[in-house]
Design a protein around this ligand. Structure first.
Ligand code: ADP
Ligand code: SF4
Length: 684
């Protein structure tokens, strides 16, 4: 289909210093934990975005010197010339598709504990190192400042040699030396680099000028700057120093890449920032102070919003990290008039969580993310079916939907049976929770795609028994029947049912979704630690109930530290007057009364009163059908369970499992995929 002319403006070329971006789609630097440890995977991951139409594709942070390295996190590295070839692999792959390649040079200062190099970190003034590392960074002297300037220049020269078109200088996310120089919280110097704002900006000005002199004739120089820390008067604010800094440096970089700090604000989840373009009020001023192009982010997935950003003079280039992860082909789909094919980011930050866990990237919406080189997966292409066989998928949650869609893409004749009257499984329930509505995109994308297929039959309101499945005589059966929450309290802290659990009014999340009566004061026991406990508490407070949220962990929803949400969740619980009890587990329950004990010392016991107890602990796979079918396994060529029915987990895990099952059906790897391509260090 032809492109809608309304979107033509997105495909205009943009001059950035000495280079020209072919369009306005700009994949800003983002982590993927491939980097220096997995260079082939890094190159393939970025290449597919260039192929998908992003006019500029950038690296993640790239360490320029061992005195600021991020072990155990895996970013890029450009410490010396030996790092150049792996970067060349990335730039060649990106250039092959006509895109520009950008590199974010980073000096992380007191954000970098140097756990590998063991060099004492450096900072503008003596400061604690981020995190809970029992160490401090030393104050930089003049020689250190000269060194940091030289390391930037050396790295920029290497970046040019590696083929990069855009070289970043980085002052954002509360993670970089240059940003720390701006902030009086970190910079208490009395020399020409401290005190007045002009002095605090000096090092950025010098490094931008140095780098421009070194490589600016052929490479564009970008400045990534957080205009606001979203901490009110306790942090840098765009209306005051943020604006002044842009004014002071306005014309020096060839490109302004602007966002908000820290990372939890920049990559805010949909739960806390539901709207596209949520950074606009902090960054829109930048274009009024510079003639240079400006790129910014805001989880942009709608072409209309992108056009509006350009037309209203907010941005020149549409920056994206997460939307490019969820759909590397987003620009191409707009170009080809296939808007409805865009796989929109849901703002869940599973991608971020992987980085926080120092593990390779994954994505809820795009199961091929991070698997491009490792398993040879492509987000838009899949191997043709190995036969004309029919396949039955039972259950249409995220796993079943993705599996059916990819089987259909391969060309199989697919029957998808679903017990309920709608597609979506857990998505239909969980997306009703406060802040979770964006999850409907997981269902809606797949439902629409399936509706376009001629080789898929969908049978709603069809709860299949083993006899039903056998009667169909379909040779390949994939069971995606999901899971349900346990009533009895078994979970992380409890291997056995909690004493007295059968004698009280206990609800699980499934009961709540099914409309169970909620009475009086609620006790929500969260031994799951992701979003369910706190979103339910929020829902109950919204309904006017008194709520106590009890967890054995020392903070609520502890796993959401990985999605950068934990502090916001805890604050929300406090704002909602949820009574939070941490570090305590349920010992026993009797009518209206729970005995809880401190997890570190059961000498510290007390009781809590409740009317309704809601258990959010762990889930039981719904594998009755799968187990029954296993007795007849000789009647099938393929019989496997996927998603939560196989192993309850995140929506991302279910989508991945469904995708994998479809991709490997009737292949040598169709059971498990033990063999995948690894990036191996060569010993020479
Ligand atoms: P997952 O996350 O693994 O996709 P879900 O729980 O979201 O799991 O979805 C499982 C889906 O399977 C639900 O929509 C449920 O109604 C459906 N289902 C469960 N048992 C059967 C069955 N026997 N026949 C058809 N559909 C089933
Ligand atoms: Fe978006 Fe979630 Fe995918 Fe990250 S993991 S890109 S937030 S859908």
């Amino acid at each position: 289909m032809a492109r809608d002319p309304r979107y033509d403006i997105l495909f205009e070329a943009v001059q950035i210093g000495p280079v020209t971006a072919p369009n306005r789609f700009f994949q800003v630097p983002h982590c993927n934990t491939l980097g220096h440890a997995r260079p082939r995977a890094e190159a393939a991951n970025r290449a597919v975005k260039a192929e998908g139409g992003w006019g500029v594709v950038c690296t993640q942070e790239v360490e320029i010197h061992p005195s600021a390295e991020l072990t155990p996190f895996v970013e890029g590295r450009l410490w010396d010339d030996r790092d150049i070839p792996q970067h060349r692999m990335m730039t060649d792959a990106v250039h092959e598709h006509g895109a520009l390649a950008g590199i974010e040079l980073a000096y992380n200062a007191s954000h970098a504990p140097n756990l590998y190099s063991r060099i004492a970190p450096m900072a503008p003034s003596s400061a604690v190192v981020h995190g809970s590392h029992p160490m401090q960074a030393r104050a930089m002297n003049r020689r250190d400042i000269a060194n940091v300037r030289r390391w930037h220049v050396d790295a920029a020269r290497r970046a040019r040699q590696a083929g990069y078109d855009i070289v970043y200088v980085y002052a954002g996310h509360d993670m970089s030396l240059l940003q720390h120089f701006f902030k009086t919280q970190y910079n208490r110097r009395s020399d020409e680099y401290g005190g007045s704002l002009e002095n605090r900006v000096r090092l950025s000005k010098e490094i931008l000028t140095d780098v421009k002199e070194a490589v600016g004739d052929t490479c564009a120089i970008a400045f990534r700057f957080a205009t606001d820390e979203v901490r009110g008067a306790d942090g840098l604010q765009w209306e005051s120093e943020g604006r002044d800094i842009v004014g002071m440096l306005a014309e020096i970089p060839d490109l302004w890449d602007v966002n908000i700090s820290g990372w939890d604000n920049d990559s805010s989840t949909a739960r806390f920032e539901p709207n596209e373009g949520y950074q606009e009020s902090y960054t829109a001023f930048v274009k009024t102070l510079t003639s240079k192009p400006v790129v910014g982010v805001g989880r942009f997935t709608s072409a209309d919003t992108m056009v509006s950003q350009i037309r209203r003079g907010v941005l020149d280039l549409i920056g994206a990290a997460r939307p490019s992860i969820a759909d590397p082909y987003l620009p191409r789909k707009i170009d080809e008039g296939r808007i409805e094919d865009i796989r929109e980011c849901i703002g869940c930050n599973i991608c971020v969580a992987q980085d926080m866990l120092a593990a390779p990237i994954r994505c809820t919406q795009n199961p091929t993310q991070g698997e491009e080189a490792k398993q040879g997966w492509h987000p838009e292409k899949i191997e043709a079916a190995a036969s004309d066989d029919a396949v039955l998928v039972v259950g249409a949650g995220p796993a079943g939907l993705e599996c059916a869609l990819q089987l259909a893409n391969r060309g199989y004749q697919v029957s998808l049976a679903e017990a309920s009257q709608s597609l979506g499984g857990r998505i239909n329930r969980e997306s009703e929770l406060p802040g979770m509505s964006s999850y409907t995109r997981v269902r809606d994308y797949r439902e629409y795609q399936l509706s376009q297929k001629t080789n898929v039959e969908i049978y709603l309101d069809n709860r299949l028994s083993a006899e039903d499945v056998l009667a169909l005589e379909i040779p390949h059966v994939i069971v995606a029947t999901g899971s349900h929450w346990r009533h009895n309290g078994c979970g992380r802290n409890h291997a056995f049912p909690i004493d007295g659990i059968d004698s009280v009014n206990v609800l699980t999340p499934d009961d709540v979704f099914a409309g169970a009566e909620i009475r009086g004061r609620l006790l929500v026991y969260d031994d799951d630690h992701y979003f369910m406990g706190s979103t339910l508490a929020e829902r109950f407070r919204g309904q006017g109930h008194e709520v106590c949220l009890l967890t054995p962990e020392s903070v609520v929803s502890v796993w959401t530290e990985n999605t950068l949400e934990q502090e916001k969740i805890q604050a929300r619980m406090l704002d909602l007057d949820v009574d939070i009890v941490v570090s305590h587990e349920l010992i026993s329950v009797s009518s209206g009364r729970a005995t809880i004990a401190n997890v570190y010392s059961d000498r510290h016991q007390r009781t809590l009163e409740f009317d309704t107890l809601v258990m959010v602990t762990s889930r039981e796979p719904d594998e009755t059908l799968y187990e029954a079918l296993q007795h007849y396994s000789d009647r099938f060529q393929t019989l496997r369970s996927i998603g939560d029915c196989n192993a309850p987990g995140t929506v991302a895990a279910a989508v991945y499992d469904g995708h994998s099952a479809a991709r490997y059906l009737q292949s040598a790897k169709d059971d498990y995929a033990p063999l995948f391509v690894r990036d191996m260090p060569t010993l020479d």
